[in-house]
Design a protein around this ligand. Structure first.
Ligand code: MD3
Ligand code: FE
Length: 215
């Protein structure tokens, strides 16, 4: 698919944030209830936890994973592992609803055949934040990352390839999907403290699901 196709056809209404970065407003809205049900099922097997960074800080965001490998943080660093350090068991399978959505979103943004092997689920309460970082623990550097926002809105920061590039800000709402590929794959990004609020589907929570290709 060419850039011209992307601008004229199926992605009409979608917003290109930067080269390779596409904001698909409301792309997951019609499956949000199913996704949230499946998040709850994953969390029954692999409970959300507040990971501690290698620097000794407890993260305000609680996390869990599903898929072949999951992202974890330990004293010796960040890594992908096939077992949940909290339970000692394999991460739960990627629910069909997740795999289907991730694939359709990536294809819409011009990345066909996206086959994620890792899915990180972040849970925010009001005040939770994620400081500016790069995602670079994945070995497949050609695959995009697909992110799905559910529940309370958040202000997302999207910077450049250098930590000191001043980030742009975007409000991400329930059902919004962003695909980060190509030159945007290694951009710095973060989430400002989530404001207090109420969402009919999640109460006072924001849930973010990211799909990654590690191997
Ligand atoms: C841009 N999550 O899990 S999603 C993360 O809302 C993470 O929970 C945030 O950053 C959240 O690592 C942001 C949007 C996102 C995810 C990955 C990216 C943006 C990205 C990777 C490269 C560039
Ligand atoms: Fe990230």
């Amino acid at each position: 698919m060419s850039m011209g196709d992307l601008f004229s056809g199926m992605t009409q209404g979608n917003e290109q944030l930067a080269p390779g970065a596409w904001l698909l407003r409301g792309f997951a809205r019609d499956v949000a209830t199913i996704l949230l049900r499946d998040v709850a099922s994953v969390a029954e097997i692999a409970p959300f936890r507040h990971l501690v960074t290698p620097g000794g800080y407890t993260m305000s965001v609680a996390m869990t994973n599903c898929g072949r490998v999951g992202w974890t943080s330990e004293a010796r660093g960040y890594r992908y592992a096939s077992t949940d350090p909290g339970t000692g068991r394999q991460w739960p399978d990627l629910p069909d609803s997740f795999a289907d959505l991730a694939r359709r979103a990536a294809e819409t943004a011009g990345f066909p055949d996206f086959d994620p092997d890792a899915c990180l689920i972040n849970r925010y309460v009001p005040g939770s934040r994620l400081s500016l970082h790069q995602d670079r623990d994945e070995n497949d550097r050609t695959a995009p990352i697909v992110s799905v926002s559910l529940g309370l809105p958040a202000v997302f920061q999207f910077g450049g390839l250098s930590r000191t590039d001043r980030p742009a800000r975007y409000r991400l709402e329930h059902g919004d999907v962003v695909v980060w590929g190509g030159p945007s794959r290694f951009a710095y990004h973060g989430v400002l403290p989530v404001a207090d609020g109420y969402h009919p589907e999640t109460g006072n929570l924001r849930i973010n699901i990211t799909f990654r290709k590690v191997f």
